[in-house]
Design a protein around this ligand. Structure first.
Ligand code: GAL
Length: 420
C-alpha cells in the first residue's frame, strides 16, 4: 500500500515536472488590455511589447480603440465577469480600488520590494497603486491635462501676435483665426473630450482651489456657485469656435488638424504631444505647448498604470512580475514617455532626452506641488468614483450638444455630483 502511494506520488511529481517543463519551453505570453491605438500611443505601447519580448515573454495585444478608454473598460468588464481576465489592464486612479474590492487583482509586491518602488514613487502615486497595502499596479507615466496645443503658423496667418495666456487673449486669438478662414479650436465631440476641455476651463476660470472643491471634493456650494456658471459661459463661448464636423471626431484627428494647419488650437492632455512627435514636429517651432488659459501654476495630473489580474498559472504569475518590473525600469520609463508625450512616474530617469514641453511639465509639476496647484484630473479618472464621474461627464456632454443654459447645466451638475 505504502509503495503504491509512493508510486502514485512519484507519477504525479513526474507529470507535474513535465507540465512545468512544457510550459517553460513554450513562451509564456502576457495579455495586456489598453486603448492606445493612435500613432503616438501605438508607438508607446510597442515599447512595452519589445521590452517583454527581450525578457523572453510573448505579447498578446488586447487593444480596444477609443480615446479615454470607455470602450476598453466595457470590454474588460465582460472578460473579468466571464472569469477570464487578461494578465494586465490599463486602469487608473480610484478605479484601482474599485477593482480591488471585487477581489480580482493580483499583488506584485515581490517586484515592488525588489525594485524599491516605495523609494522611487512619490507617496501620492504609490498609494493609488496599492490595494490594502500591497502593490497591484505599476505606473507608466504622468500626463498633464491642462495644456493648449497651438500652431504658431496659424496664429501668424491670423495676425495674432503672441500665444494666449488669459481667456481674453484666447478669445481674441480665436476670433482672429476664425476671421482668417481657419478653424479656431480643433475638437472632437465625444463626451470624454468635452470633459477634458471642461476641466481645463473650470481650472482656468476658478483656479486650483475652486477646481479641487468642485471637481474633487464635490462641494455643493462650489458646484452651484456663480464661478461654475461662469465656467459654463466660457465653455459655451468655446463651442462657437468649434467646426460643425466635430461630433464623433477622434481626438488624434483633432490634433492632426492643428499639426497640418487646418486649425489653430486644441485643449488636450499631452498624449497630443505623442502625435506631434510621431509626425516629426518640433516643440517651440512647429507647435507650442502652453498652459490652458488662466492655469499657470496649476497642473492636472493623469497617471496611466497597469493593474494585474489574478492568474492561476505559476508561469503567468512570473510573467506578471516581469511585466511590473519592466514597466518600472528607467529604460522603459524613458523610451515610453518620449513617445507618449508624458513624463516618467518614477524618480531617477535622466531628463536629457526629453523636449521642452516635457521638461516644462516636470518643472511645473514640482512647482505646482509646492504652490498647491497640483490637482487630479477629473475627466481622466483620477479624482472621483467612476459612477459620479460618468454622471458629471454626461451633463457636460449634454451642454456641449444642446442649447442648455449655463444655469441649467449647473443645476444638472449639482444632481450629478450626488450620483454614487
Ligand atoms: C487618457 C489616457 C492617455 C491617453 C488618452 C487618449 O485617458 O490616460 O494615456 O491615451 O486617454 O486615449
Amino acid at each position: 500500500m505504502k509503495s503504491m502511494q509512493r508510486v502514485k506520488a512519484l507519477a504525479a511529481a513526474v507529470s507535474l515536472a513535465a507540465a512545468v517543463g512544457t510550459a517553460g519551453a513554450q513562451q509564456t505570453s502576457v495579455e495586456v488590455l489598453h486603448w492606445w491605438t493612435s500613432g503616438g500611443e501605438a508607438k508607446s505601447a510597442a515599447e512595452l511589447k519589445k521590452m517583454m519580448q527581450t525578457r523572453g515573454f510573448g505579447w498578446k495585444d488586447f487593444a480596444v480603440a477609443g480615446g479615454g478608454g470607455d470602450a476598453a473598460m466595457t470590454a474588460l468588464k465582460a472578460r473579468v465577469v466571464s472569469g477570464n481576465p487578461p494578465t494586465a489592464a490599463q486602469i487608473k486612479g480610484p478605479s484601482i480600488q474599485e477593482w480591488g474590492r471585487e477581489g480580482v487583482l493580483a499583488s506584485v509586491d515581490a517586484a515592488a520590494k525588489d525594485g524599491k518602488w516605495d523609494d522611487l514613487l512619490p507617496p501620492v502615486v504609490a498609494n493609488v497603486m496599492k490595494f490594502k497595502g500591497q502593490y497591484v499596479a505599476a505606473p507608466v507615466n504622468v500626463h498633464r491635462v491642462n495644456w493648449l496645443w497651438v500652431n504658431p503658423d496659424v496664429l501668424k496667418k491670423a495676425g495674432v501676435a503672441a500665444a494666449p495666456q488669459t481667456w481674453d487673449q484666447f478669445f481674441d486669438a480665436a476670433a482672429k483665426i476664425q476671421k482668417a478662414g481657419l478653424i479656431a479650436i480643433a475638437h472632437g465631440g465625444q463626451p470624454w473630450q468635452d470633459a477634458t476641455v471642461f476641466e481645463s476651463v473650470v481650472l482656468g476660470v476658478g483656479g486650483a482651489e475652486f477646481y479641487r472643491k468642485s471637481l474633487v471634493q464635490l462641494d455643493e456650494a462650489s458646484i452651484k456657485s456663480p464661478t461654475m456658471v461662469k465656467a459654463f459661459d466660457t465653455l459655451g463661448r468655446i463651442k462657437t469656435y468649434i467646426d460643425k464636423d466635430a461630433p464623433g471626431r477622434d481626438w488624434n484627428l483633432a490634433t492632426a488638424m492643428v499639426i497640418n494647419g487646418k486649425a489653430g488650437m486644441q485643449f488636450m492632455g499631452d498624449w497630443a504631444k505623442g502625435e506631434f512627435t510621431a509626425a516629426n514636429k518640433a516643440p517651440g517651432k512647429d507647435y507650442l505647448c502652453i498652459n490652458a488659459p488662466g492655469t499657470q501654476g496649476s497642473f492636472t495630473f493623469n497617471i496611466d498604470s497597469f493593474v494585474m489580474f489574478k492568474q492561476s498559472d505559476a508561469n503567468a504569475q512570473k510573467a506578471q512580475l516581469a511585466l511590473a518590473s519592466s514597466i518600472m525600469s528607467p529604460e522603459f520609463q524613458e523610451v515610453f514617455n518620449l513617445n507618449k508625450g508624458s513624463i516618467p512616474a518614477r524618480a531617477g530617469v535622466s531628463r536629457a532626452k526629453f523636449d521642452s514641453c516635457a521638461t516644462k511639465s516636470m518643472d511645473d509639476m514640482t512647482a505646482s506641488n509646492k504652490g498647491g496647484g497640483l490637482v487630479p484630473s477629473f475627466a481622466h479618472g483620477m479624482a472621483i468614483p467612476s459612477s459620479t464621474q460618468g454622471a458629471i461627464v454626461d451633463v457636460v456632454a449634454r451642454f456641449m450638444n444642446s442649447n442648455m443654459t449655463s444655469q441649467q447645466a449647473v443645476d444638472a451638475l449639482v444632481k450629478a455630483s450626488k450620483v454614487k
